[in-house]
Design a protein around this ligand. Structure first.
Ligand code: FE2
Length: 194
């Protein structure tokens, strides 16, 4: 059976926080020998310590247990650093204002890395008096289509889900500069700054 938490994860997180084993031990009301044992794999922290341990290390219990921790530097950042996560199994779309740890259908999802729109996913834009009309010249067949369009500015997100046979187009309210996104189910996420 796998350990529910690994010593190397505890050590890495403790060092990242700048704590010595003794300092971490004091915060958890355990001995520094206990911390040393956890880190060298000769012992496991009692389950009752998991919550205070995660809190002390500045991560969530889920991150601590999965051994995958994400340092979110976006606490006060703006939405232009937002990320999309799409489940490859069910197509669920998640939007986060920063990086995070997300899973769906049992799959850990990486953030989609947007590419600049290429010729076959060209993002076209017409500006009318009070809206942006966004269009992508792209097939909308069942097996290959644009599955959403979005417009993200520093404080707004506008999102339009699309389905095969529809037109790959959407209208967005004008709200300053931002990034237009189009997700192709085959080729990934494309972006255009406006
Ligand atoms: Fe495509």
């Amino acid at each position: 059976m796998n350990n529910y938490i690994t010593g190397s994860a505890i050590r890495a997180l403790r060092e990242k926080k700048g704590y010595t084993q003794k300092q971490l031990a004091e915060r958890l009301l355990v001995s520094d020998k206990a911390v040393s044992k956890w880190e060298s794999g000769r012992g496991l922290p009692d389950i009752s310590l998991i919550e205070p341990l995660a809190k002390t290390l500045g991560i969530s219990v889920a991150e601590l247990l999965s051994g995958e921790y994400v340092q979110n530097r976006n606490r006060h950042g703006n939405m232009l650093k937002s990320r999309f996560y799409v489940c490859p199994v069910c197509g669920n779309v998640m939007f986060a204002t920063g990086e995070g740890s997300f899973s769906c259908c049992g799959v850990q999802l990486p953030p989609l890395e947007p590419e600049e729109a290429d010729e076959s996913h060209e993002i076209l834009l017409e500006r009318t008096e009070d809206e942006h009309f966004m269009r992508v010249r792209h097939s909308m067949e069942k097996t290959h289509f644009i599955s959403f369009l979005a417009f993200v500015t520093s404080d707004h997100v506008q999102f339009v889900k699309l389905y095969p046979e529809q037109n790959a187009e959407a209208r967005f309210q004008l709200s300053g500069h931002g990034i237009l996104y189009a997700l192709c189910n085959r080729h990934g996420l494309f972006a255009r700054k406006i």
